[in-house]
Design a binder for this molecule. Structure first.
Ligand code: ADP
Ligand code: ZN
Length: 437
């Protein structure tokens, strides 16, 4: 029943996919070794030459790459092609510090469009869809990545870019948008605004599919987005999409209609999961840090790049027929993991608890401060309406959060429409402990 954008590649028997990965890995290591002095030195220091890569397991001989190397050799020290081969530069949004820059050759842009077309198709996008692309255009990879993929697939792309919510809604109505691309935070804000303005999303709009990525989000938020934008009513849904500037930007992994994880487009990206403490690969099915190797990148390839994103890798066949391994929904970045009194907490776990409550609006904020010698976790939530008593809500949420997170949490219930909304990636954590440093 399923169909594919690139049937041959997406359903390539797993053994053949691995053979292709090995061939491309050898080529990629050789390319890096021969064309970048910094990378060559690093490989030499680790005692690895291209001839040492004979099996996929030999990948583990290669040292990891980390974001700090990109910063150290900023802006283009890790580039492996002459500058005149580079057609475009993007920079990361800088969520966790100084931005990084990555170049693309003509072939890199072509591959990027291909993996994006596959991703849009896997979520249900087709030629003829009106694709409103509300990811940020510019240095951020989101806008242009989705744009090229949409055009390659044959969708009618409307580059609204992020922001200007009133205009987004006008475009949705007038152009009969069927497919929406934006961060989950922005989808939430769009849905909320449609409701406030009394737009009947089932009868006045035709939104069928949303492809949302660039930040962690939960299944609870997915349900709310599907309802508030009317995707479900039009026979589609909201799908998750994963990427990072160091690989291509968006285009690394995407959900299919089975929604049991995101297929990593493994003819172009090789995924491993490691224990972040030891750096060793974990057992299949165990949770850990996602490490990615580009297999076809020309301008800025990465060998064993530590994403800091926490997930699980699943190589079992998917019911959709695609053979490419899946990553489970990302729990969050290791950087966003809070350690409160020795207990690890991800913001996504908090969202999971909060959004089971219809009395709450989607936005929330996490404030960490120090009470004497102890860290205190506070969660600010927002009432959707004021029919429920704030005290009752506070007591109930504090209990549920404590039971789920195994650490005590203080909850502050705010009035409707008081917490910040985001057009790109949400910034939810306020760490007041900084002042003690
Ligand atoms: P920045 O690091 O400045 O945010 P990027 O735009 O390259 O720059 O962001 C990539 C990061 O965004 C990923 O490493 C991951 O932490 C996060 N991310 C992207 N897509 C998803 C997703 N679908 N789910 C969870 N996190 C995501
Ligand atoms: Zn699938």
């Amino acid at each position: 029943m399923s169909s594919y954008w690139n049937e041959k590649m997406e359903t390539l028997p797993f053994k053949e996919l691995q053979a292709l990965q090995l061939e491309r890995l050898k080529r990629q290591v050789k390319h890096v070794y021969e064309n970048n002095a910094i990378q060559r030195k690093k490989l030499k220091d680790a005692g690895v030459t291209p001839a040492d890569i004979r099996t996929l397991d030999d990948l583990q001989k290669i040292p990891f790459s980390v974001k700090d190397e990109l910063r150290e050799h900023y802006p283009i020290g890790l580039q492996c092609v002459p500058q005149e081969e580079v057609l475009r530069y993007h920079m990361s949004s800088g969520t966790t510090g100084k931005p990084i820059a990555c170049g693309y050759t003509r072939e890199d842009i072509e591959v990027w469009a291909e993996v994006m077309a596959r991703s849009l198709y896997a979520a249900g996008g087709r030629k003829g869809d009106i694709f409103q692309n509300a990811y940020g255009y510019g240095l951020f990879t989101g806008g242009l990545g989705f744009h090229y993929g949409g055009e390659k697939l044959g969708m009618s792309v409307i580059p609204t870019a992020a922001g200007n919510t009133a205009r987004q809604i006008l475009v949705m109505k007038d152009m009969h948008t069927t497919f929406l691309g934006c961060t989950p935070s922005y989808a939430q804000l769009l849905g909320e605004t449609l409701e406030k303005e009394g737009v009947d999303v089932v009868n006045e709009l035709e939104l069928r599919v949303g492809l949302h990525g660039a930040e962690p989000w939960t299944d609870e938020l997915r349900e709310r987005i599907e309802k508030s934008l009317g995707f479900k009513a039009h026979g589609g849904g909201a799908f998750d999409h994963y990427g990072l500037t160091e690989m291509t930007g968006p285009g690394v992994a995407s959900e299919c209609e089975a929604r049991t994880g995101l297929h990593v487009w493994s003819d172009h990206f090789l995924a491993e999961i490691i224990d972040p403490e030891t750096g060793e690969q974990v057992e299949p099915g165990e949770k850990g840090e996602l490490v990615l190797t580009t297999l076809s990148k020309e301008a800025v390839p990465f060998l064993r790049y530590r994403t800091k994103d926490i997930t699980v890798l699943d190589t079992e066949p998917c019911e959709c027929g695609r053979t490419h391994p899946r990553i489970r929904k990302i729990m969050g970045r290791a950087d966003d993991m809070l350690i409160i009194r020795g207990v690890n907490v991800f913001p996504s776990q908090i969202e999971h608890v909060l959004l089971q409550h219809d009395e709450l609006a989607e936005p929330f904020q996490i404030v960490i401060n120090r009470q004497g010698a102890l860290d205190q976790l506070m969660v600010r939530v927002e009432q959707r309406d004021i029919s429920v008593s704030r005290d009752a809500l506070k007591g109930m949420l504090e209990k549920e959060l404590r039971e789920t997170l195994l650490v005590s949490v203080l909850v502050e219930v705010e009035k409707p429409n008081t917490l910040p909304r985001f057009e790109g990636k949400a910034r939810r954590i306020i760490d007041e402990r900084e002042v003690y440093k």
